[in-house]
Design a protein around this ligand. Sequence first.
Ligand SMILES: Cc1cc2nc3c(=O)[nH]c(=O)nc-3n(C[C@H](O)[C@H](O)[C@H](O)COP(=O)(O)OP(=O)(O)OC[C@H]3O[C@@H](n4cnc5c(N)ncnc54)[C@H](O)[C@@H]3O)c2cc1C
Length: 374
Amino acid sequence: MRRFHKVIYHANNQTVDVDSGLIWDDVYSALDPYNVSVVGGRVSGVGVAGFTLGGGYSWKSNQFGLAIDNVLGYELVSPNGTIVYVTNDSYSDIFFGLKGGFNNFGIVTNFKLRAVPQTLVYGGLLIYVDIHKFDNILTALVNFHNNNKDPKAQLLPSFFRQAGLICFALTVFYDAPTAPKSTFDEFMNISHVGVLKTRSFLSFIKAVPVFVTEGMRGRFHTVSVTNLTTRLLQELKNLTIYNTAKFDSRQSSLAVFTAEPFLSTYFDKSQGGAYPHVSSATPLLPVLVQFGWELPEDDEFFINEIKLTVDSIMQVVLNEEKNDNGTVQIRYPNYALETTPLSEMYGDNVPRLQSIRKAWDPDNVMNLTGGFKF
Ligand SMILES: Cc1cc2nc3c(=O)[nH]c(=O)nc-3n(C[C@H](O)[C@H](O)[C@H](O)COP(=O)(O)OP(=O)(O)OC[C@H]3O[C@@H](n4cnc5c(N)ncnc54)[C@H](O)[C@@H]3O)c2cc1C
């Protein structure tokens, strides 16, 4: 898709046409001169298309919702080879399906996205290596999650274990040139490496580390929670320090556990769609588990381990949330392992998605491609 590489900003109606062959770095770089941005990826190197077709948890999500809530139109090559322009008015079923449904309905060549204002931002990456301070960090995280109401403030907290080395990485973001002093103080008061500073949005995106996974084999898997509790974060800490210690004997192993403290009100921006994210009474906060390794012969071991690990987190969540409304079963498709049943990602939308798919692609052309299939 590399020849689909245009970014066109329309100042008159505050929209941006973004081709699907790009990564977010390219998009932010093209929009930088106009002081606007879009609801896009949080780290360098992630593709526009998969991110936007699967959901899209962004630094802007507290303010504007997910990426799928900010797509106004899709240029789509449909399974029968015709090019159609999908909006809520022209093809409402396909518009619904594309908001989480990946390549089930064809190949997207361009997205029309809502433009949002972009100033300089404040933030950066803080690294904590003293595991004796991890409990203080967990307390700070729970306090931030319970008390922060400012949609411009966001965190991406991850426990890392790589070849026996353990650290806690905290990416801190504030969507303005400076942040109110108290917002991140609790984290700054715990000994760390790294600084927060005023910078361009692009420079901030490039500061988030992804190089640790370069060239590795790997998998993501996930569970959704409605709240970030001390018990859950303790579980992620224990998995990093104890349960994944057995990975150290495998070549170039990596384990990352990420919790996502979005404001529960981010669902208020929901525009609906295949990925059910509808009510701020039951927000979905994805917990991401990522394992990496080097050797193909270790595939089976790590894929089995990621399933067991996510199941164990799920048990903690079920005990903790005593949640019987099924919300925790909606896993974020962009983080879910390939064997995840459709019902655990798309919930009650599955029958509707299957019937839209059947009518739109009667010859099952899109089954020639990989990925979750309706
Ligand atoms: C380092 C890293 C950081 C990440 N950070 C975030 C994050 O902050 N928030 C978040 O929500 N997710 C995040 N993710 C997950 C990310 O959203 C998914 O991995 C996403 O699928 C990546 O999209 P891609 O286009 O790069 O990948 P691809 O592998 O190219 O695409 C993924 C799938 O999307 C579909 N697809 C791709 N292109 C098209 C097209 N043109 N038309 C139709 N279907 C298409 C296909 O089904 C394809 O299998 C991250 C992933 C990584 C590796």
